[in-house]
Design a protein around this ligand. Sequence first.
Ligand code: 4AD
Ligand code: MG
Length: 483
Amino acid sequence: MAFNKRTKIKDLLDQTPEQQTITVMGWVRTRRSNKHVTFIALNDGSCIQNYQIVADPASIDEEPLKKANTGACIKATGKLVESQGAGQRTELIVESLEILGEADPESYPIQPKKHSLEFLRENAHLRMRTNTFAAIMRVRHQLAFSVHEYFHQKGFFYIQTPIITASDAEGAGEMFRVSVLDPKNPPLNDQGGVDFKQDFFERETNLTVSGQLEGELAAMALSEIYTFGPTFRAENSNTTRHLAEFWMIEPEMAFYDAEDNQNLAEDFLKYIISSALRHCKEDLEFLDKRASEEEKTKKAEQRNDMSLLERLNFVIENKFERITYTQAWEILKDSTPNKKKKFAFPIEDWGTDLQSEHERFLVEKHFKKPVIISDYPKAIKSFYMKQNADGKTVGAMDILFPGIGEIVGGSQREENLEKLVQRMEELHISREEMWWYLDTRRFGTAPHAGFGLGFERLVLFVTGMGNIRDVIPFPRTPGNAEF
Ligand code: 4AD
Ligand code: MG
């Protein structure tokens, strides 16, 4: 029998028991026995449910049964029958049992009990064998799949942008260098600096912080495109919202203005969240219960008014609030926490950047729903954003979500060559190095816009987890690159 003749537990749950012979494979979650019978709860990751396997020690070999302890991988063949016990419709009466992989019960870290998230992070190589992490990974998969589905249905093309790049798209200088030079003895140039001309690419290169600039090149040919790839930021932010390596979805559209951009982003977010609700019902119900348990451990004032599932439905059913930076600034300036000096960064002059405490106030206390803030001061945003007629603001937008803060950042782009060049000069961005980007404005420029959705921030919101390290299989954060 070929190995993949096994039945996945997800498919087995739907089968009518007619004494048919079935083979299942998976990892033992628990085993309990009495004199007459052994019950094994088996999980193969295809769904959250364990499957009950029943073995009569008198009728099968004793040796494999003894080794089928928590963590072991087994293959069981037997008859599918109606279950005698409560909790499942059918069960498998084992006729033959094979151990595919033993697990020493003394040293296997993932025991059938509650482990802390910190402990599981240290055991990230095994944590997907828990209900919580397997559920998160299945939801993550569904969300990624719906991203492609959404854009494909709308006629957008998936473009792969380079991971190694010589440009800093966001101009924030938070890049990881890519080099093959000997760090102990790099070649030096006449000025005493490292001579990157002798490096692999004959120039200084880094891991990309965004695929946007190349995405814009594609949109100026294919009209509507999106990227979905890994991005890297060497910002030393040790928070529950930041990763050094994260995945970003960046649509870029010709013939879109700032409002079209907001409409697309809102529709897109609602679509992918709905599809997770539709396709990951059991996993989300499990994560909802988990999140509710977690809520009970929080102080009353930090608790959510809504459960996870209520929050997800709320986002789908309600229009996002849309305000400008200036309106946000006015609300914040007159807010009680600002007057009572509760903000670590008091709101005073127009033009300062909003901190996460301000974003959270707007989303969680003031509007109590997702908020799109537009038209930010140009001084706090990137060089490529469309300059508004007031000379002070740009056609930027940030989308803020409850419990997350910024989930999307985007803008209409400056399509006018002179204005773009002038802004680059003000910010000391080299025109010579960016010649290819400027060429789009030189040849057939067009109004266009786009945004970036941080994929892990989305997964964080949808799964109700509290730390971004728990929604990516192997997180990369300052001081942590294990696994
Ligand atoms: O706001 P950002 O920096 O925007 C850009 O990179 C633009 N090029 C996007 C575009 O217009 N095409 O990043 C976009 C999103 C943020 O809103 C946030 O969700 C996420 O990326 N993000 C991070 N997620 C996890 N860890 C980090 N360190 C992140 N930095 C940004
Ligand atoms: Mg941003």
